[in-house]
Design a protein around this ligand. Structure first.
Ligand code: BGC
Length: 840
């Protein structure tokens, strides 16, 4: 029986009745960081959550657990392959079950509103239709394997700057057509068992306490009856949130829904016991359902699964987008490059497999581009390598390695010694040794809550001279070398959210060391008080990075130019690592960090055969675009990164990815430019979504073509396709069919994306020229022809009439276009809507 049709547990009401008020209140918040309460004596199981959208992230309490790292959602979206998304969901569910989790915190369907959005990578697209359709498949895949999906973040978490306090003004029309739409599609098609609210405010109210969003839209208009949980630390009220419909405060133990606070709200009449019953019933219903599903579906043992690795490799490659291929420089097949010299430059020895924050995954392994290409092209090619630019945003932690030297703790074992003190006392309550790095995470355990942490290591450098030391702490922090104070931060960090995700700027100081001499390095950090972020209040945390000057200030670009000059081909790997593109921060710039643009320009000046392989979740500036022959957008493709890249570079897989986001030439032309991340008014960040529904290609369609480097839907192939005339058939009230003949008339097997856009022939300023209303991936052998029939629902190009509070399809003539991108229309036809349709 489909899991959604499963009747509620027969004992649901009986168990609910058996609970005391206190127990019911206990169900309304997490018990731990990731799980809800269980009362075994009353047969109440717990819901065990785990991040997230591209792999099962180990709980913060066990950071050493490894999992399979899947491609980020932007990469999955670029496949435009709904079957792949379904398989992705199933595999993610199996991973979750193996790790003991029964509720995945994903998929993320917020919209790529602006190229600087820090979390765009973990969302699908700028287009709500594509986002909703892909999310729907991931959810169905997860849930048919018995794991709840938690679609997030409801709604409009499109920026990280001040994400917990930013107030967003969004018109109802933009909400309905753009930001709520992916949720609506996925909720109606796939019925996710849970929804996570967003941190931000929408039109003056925090999302967790938002009656219009939770009660009127989600449970009202859409008739959905699953569980609503807050984002972590994103519960902002007791009575309002419970009354609006927020079932669960996460994480636990609760900061807001403490027993006394909830009882007081009941006592004051702000909250009824019926509401408590309703919320507790929802939590209990899902917990019982997940338990029943698990009993019926035994799961396999934990560990790597070859079939998941294969799926990840395939999905990573299918998501890569060949943006440019002048003179057919790609593919670099074995035959073509036999005996040639290929310079691998940039992040060739690093797999940019995932972004940062809760969507990062401690992967089983990560294949670097160098490993992937060596495996694919083997000994037939002479490879060289140059780093070309630094990668990390922060200096690496100080640990024993060949570049820096040896670090031992007080017991002589490698690493630092950690001591934890009560403020005012010099006697440590906890002391630990052995492989402790110079980073102490504030999350995961309460051992340092409101306590001082101290890391002490004895460091013997391998190099004489100046070294960089970089540091930041959540609370006041000092670093001493042999009792000399060399770094001091006398207040809380200015960027708590960044610190949480290893992305806060760390001031660097320089200090001289002598090779072979041993120095005591001591970092002492106090707990932050009044830090302004509930989840970090009182939690000590600090990070110390380190680099010899010789490494830090090396002429990496000069070395890359030397290496490229000697080579027949130069492949430059650019991008953002997980500290640059992460939750908790928007992008620092539209330009790639660490002078990567200059690197590409410098290499292209000495080598005519340059291919750039870029790993970001967002569009970036490409001032060097005319100087390079080939360009692949590789996103964050997961643990098989290097193999997926090699498959595309060598032609083992014919590229078929298409851009799920537009790539503007200049950031000034982005639709939200000037309204991102907003404006501070009396110290509070406010952002106006003034572009309304004109997000992504809906905006660029109205600008001259040259404003974008690459439009939405663009992507090249190693083969070519020919199309017949687009025809419309079977026009009904709710839908019609678009029919087209497609032939692969090129040299190899390949996939092509049928993109169908619909817009009114008489364009008006109020409506986008056209919107994506259907898509289908078609794969054809060389010479093969196929007639493709795609059903288009009227609803998928209707607009929301705020006055009438209805979706509307105005009477008139409409154009249906087949595009190879939103700006490259290959065939179109028209049809008429005789009279205006409401809520089609
Ligand atoms: C993120 C969520 C995530 C949660 C739990 C929050 O910081 O916004 O997406 O699921 O943490 O890790």
């Amino acid at each position: 029986m489909p899991l959604d049709e499963m009747a509620p547990h027969p004992d649901l009401e009986r168990i609910l009745k058996s609970l005391t008020l206190e127990e019911k209140i206990g169900l309304l918040s997490g018990q731990t960081f990731s799980a809800t309460a269980s009362y075994p004596e009353k047969n109440v199981p717990s819901i065990k959550t785990a991040d997230g959208p591209n792999g099962v992230r180990a709980p913060a309490t066990s950071p050493n657990v490894r999992s399979a790292c899947f491609p980020a959602a932007c990469c999955l979206a670029a496949t435009f392959d709904v079957d792949l998304a379904r398989r992705f969901g199933r595999a993610l569910a199996e991973e979750a079950r193996q790790k003991g989790a029964n509720c995945i915190l994903g998929p993320t369907v917020c919209i790529h509103r602006h190229p600087l959005g820090g979390r765009n990578f973990e969302s699908f697209s700028e287009d709500p239709f594509l986002s909703g359709k892909m999310a729907s498949q991931v959810i169905q895949g997860l849930q048919e394997r018995g794991v709840a999906a938690t679609i997030k973040h409801f709604v409009a978490n499109e920026q990280e700057t001040c994400r917990t306090s930013v107030d967003e003004s969004i018109s109802e029309r933009a909400l309905r057509e753009i930001y709520l739409r992916p949720f609506e599609i996925a909720i109606k098609e796939a019925n996710p068992w849970a929804v996570m609210t967003a941190y931000n405010l929408v039109n003056g109210t925090h999302c967790d306490s938002h009656k219009f969003l939770l009660r009127d839209i989600l449970r009202g208009c859409w008739g959905w009856d699953g569980l609503v949980m807050s984002d972590w630390g994103g519960t902002n009220s007791v009575a309002d949130a419970l009354n609006a419909g927020l079932d669960l405060e996460m994480p636990g133990p609760p900061k807001v829904r403490k027993l006394a606070a909830v009882k007081e709200a009941i006592g004051r009449g702000e909250l009824s016991e019926d509401v408590i019953d309703d919320r507790a019933r929802t939590v209990l219903r899902l917990a019982l359902k997940l338990e029943a599903v698990a009993e019926n579906n035994p799961c396999s043992s934990d560990g790597e699964k070859p079939e998941h690795n294969e799926l990840i490799r395939q999905c990573g490659a299918y998501g890569m987008v060949l943006l440019k291929n002048e003179e057919g420089i790609l593919p670099l097949s074995k035959a073509k490059v036999k005996g040639k010299r290929i310079a691998l430059i940039g992040y060739a020895q690093n797999a940019l497999a995932h972004g940062g924050g809760s969507a990062s995954v401690n992967a089983y392994y990560k294949i670097t581009p160098e490993e992937g290409l060596h495996a694919a092209l083997g000994n037939d090619v002479e490879f060289s390598y140059a780093k070309g630019a630094h990668r990390e945003r922060l200096l690496t932690p100080l640990s024993s390695n060949e570049f820096t030297g040896r670090v031992v703790g007080a017991d002589g074992a490698p690493g630092f010694t950690l001591s934890i003190f009560e403020p005012g006392s010099e006697n440590a309550t906890i002391t630990r040794h052995g492989h402790i790095s110079s980073v102490y995470s504030p999350l995961g355990s309460n051992e340092s809550y409101k306590k001082i942490i101290e890391l002490v290591g004895y460091f013997t450098p391998t190099e004489t001279g100046e070294h960089y030391i970089a540091c930041s702490g959540l609370g006041p922090t000092r670093v001493y070398v042999d009792q000399e104070l060399i770094f001091e931060q006398d207040k809380n960090t200015a960027d708590p959210m960044g610190s949480l995700f290893d992305a806060a700027p760390e001031p660097e100081v320089r200090h001289s060391f002598t090779a072979g001499k041993t120095y005591q390095i001591r970092l002492r950090s106090e707990p932050p008080l009044n830090i302004g972020l509930e989840i970090l209040e009182g939690r000590s945390g600090a990070r110390l990075g380190f680099s010899p000057v010789s490494v830090h200030d090396a002429d990496l670009q000069g070395e890359a130019v030397r290496v490229a000059r000697e080579a027949d081909y130069a492949l430059i790997f650019t991008g953002h690592d997980a500290q640059w593109e992460t939750e908790g921060q928007d992008q620092a710039s539209f330009c790639l960090p660490h002078h990567q643009n200059e690197l590409v320009t410098a290499v292209a000046a000495v080598n005519k055969n340059v291919v750039v392989i870029n790993s970001t979740g967002v569009a970036i500036a490409m001032p060097w675009l005319d100087d390079v022959k080939g360009l692949i957008q590789a996103w964050f493709p997961g643990q098989e990164s290097g193999n997926s890249i090699a498959d595309i570079v060598t032609g083992a897989i014919n590229p078929e990815g298409r851009l799920p986001v537009s790539f503007p030439r200049n950031i000034e032309d982005a639709p939200a430019h000037g309204n991102f991340p907003g404006e501070y008014i009396d110290g509070e960040l406010k952002v106006k979504y003034l572009e309304g529904v004109f997000v992504g290609y809906r905006h660029y369609d109205r600008l001259p073509r040259q404003k974008v480097n690459f439009p939405f839907g663009h992507g090249l192939s190693y083969t070519t396709f020919a199309f017949g005339d687009l025809k419309i058939q079977n026009v009904q009230n709710e839908s019609f069919d678009a029919v087209i003949d497609v032939t692969n008339n090129g040299p190899v097997f390949g996939g092509v994306l049928i993109q169908l856009y619909v817009g009114k022939v008489q364009a008006t300023r109020e409506h986008p020229i056209k919107t994506l209303a259907a898509f289908q991936k078609v794969r054809l052998e060389k010479g093969q022809k196929k007639t493709v029939n795609v059903c288009i629902a009227m609803r998928d190009f209707a607009f929301f009439d705020e006055k009438q509070q209805k979706w509307t399809l105005q009477e008139g003539e409409y154009e249906v276009s087949l595009g190879m991108s939103s700006m490259d229309i290959v065939s179109s036809t028209r049809f008429s809507v005789i009279r205006t349709l409401w809520d089609p």
